[in-house]
Design a binder for this molecule. Structure first.
Ligand SMILES: Nc1ncnc2c1ncn2[C@@H]1O[C@H](COP(=O)(O)OP(=O)(O)OP(=O)(O)O)[C@@H](O)[C@H]1O
Length: 237
C-alpha cells in the first residue's frame, strides 16, 4: 500500500532560515506516529511544514499521492489534513457550541447538526460545557474542543502538536484515550509528544526521534519500548 504521507528531502523553516534539514519520512494510512525530541529539535516546525504554515525551501510532501509542499494551509485542510496547534487552537470568546459551528460553517445544516452531535458523543465533557466560552475551559477541555473542531471536516490525517502537555494526569489519560480511539477509527494520527513519552509511545505504532532539525531514528513503538537504551534515548537526546 502506498503511504498516505511521504516526505522526501524536506528542508523548511521560517523566512530564509532553514530549521528542518533534508527530512524524509513515510507513513502508512491508519498508523499512529509520535514525534519526540528535545526542545528546539524542529518537531513543531515539521508539523507546520506539512500543514502549510512555514516556508518549504526544497523537497516534497506527498499526501495521498499529491505533492502539497508549499500549498496554502486552507487547501491542505481541504485536501483532508486536520491540524491542532499546541496553543490558540480555539476561539476563546465563543462558546463550545459556537466553536463547533464555526468549524463546520460550510456544511449543510442537517450535516452540521449531525457532525456536532457526533463531536459531543466523542467528548461528553464538551456537552456539559456547550454554553461555556473557550477562555473558561480547562486546558484539557480546550484540547478536546480543538480536536473535536478539527475532526468536523473528517480529515484522513490528523496532526496534533503536544495535545497533552501541561495537562493534569487524569485529563492526560482522557485526552490520550480519545486520540487513541480516533486512530482506531481509521484516521492516521501524527502526534508531537513532549511529556509522558512512554505512555504516548505505548499508544502509538511508530516513533520518530528528532534532533537539530533532522530525524535521528524512526522505528516501531514496540522496538522503541523494548530498547535497552530506552531511557538514554529520552534523557540523552
Ligand atoms: N516562527 C519562527 N520564526 C523563526 N524561528 C522559529 C519560529 N518558530 C520556531 N523557530 C525556531 O525553529 C527551531 C525549532 O523549533 P520548533 O518549535 O520546531 O521545535 P520543537 O522541537 O517543537 O521544540 P519545542 O518543544 O520547544 O516547541 C528553534 O530553533 C526555534 O527557535
Amino acid at each position: 500500500m502506498a503511504p498516505i504521507l511521504s516526505i522526501e528531502g524536506l528542508t523548511a523553516g521560517y523566512g530564509k532560515l532553514p530549521v528542518l534539514h533534508d527530512v524524509s519520512l513515510a507513513l502508512e494510512q491508519g498508523r499512529m506516529l509520535s514525534i519526540i525530541g528535545p526542545n528546539g529539535a524542529g518537531k513543531t516546525t515539521l508539523t507546520r511544514a506539512i500543514c502549510g504554515q512555514c516556508t518549504v525551501m526544497s523537497g516534497a510532501i506527498r499526501y495521498d499521492g499529491r505533492d502539497i509542499a508549499g500549498w496554502p494551509g486552507q487547501e491542505i485542510a481541504r485536501a483532508g489534513i486536520g491540524y491542532v496547534p499546541q496553543s490558540n487552537n480555539v476561539f476563546r470568546a465563543l462558546t463550545v457550541e459556537e466553536n463547533l459551528e464555526m468549524s463546520s460553517l460550510l456544511m449543510e445544516r442537517a450535516a452540521q447538526k449531525a457532525a456536532i452531535e457526533a463531536a459531543y458523543a466523542r467528548f461528553p465533557r464538551l456537552t456539559e460545557r456547550r454554553r461555556q466560552v473557550g477562555a473558561s475551559l480547562s486546558g484539557g477541555e480546550r484540547q478536546m474542543l480543538a480536536i473535536a473542531s478539527a475532526l468536523l471536516s473528517e480529515p484522513r490525517l490528523l496532526i496534533l502538536d503536544e495535545p497533552v502537555s501541561g495537562l493534569a494526569p487524569s485529563m492526560t489519560d482522557e485526552v490520550a484515550h480519545s486520540i487513541s480511539q480516533i486512530a482506531k477509527s481509521g484516521v492516521t494520527v501524527v502526534w508531537v509528544a513532549e511529556e509522558n513519552p512512554q505512555m504516548i509511545i505505548g499508544l502509538s505504532d511508530e516513533v520518530v526521534v528528532m534532533t537539530t532539525g533532522t530525524i535521528k531514528l524512526h522505528q516501531s513503538a514496540q522496538e522503541m519500548l523494548a530498547a535497552e537504551n530506552f531511557r538514554e534515548i529520552f534523557l540523552g537526546i
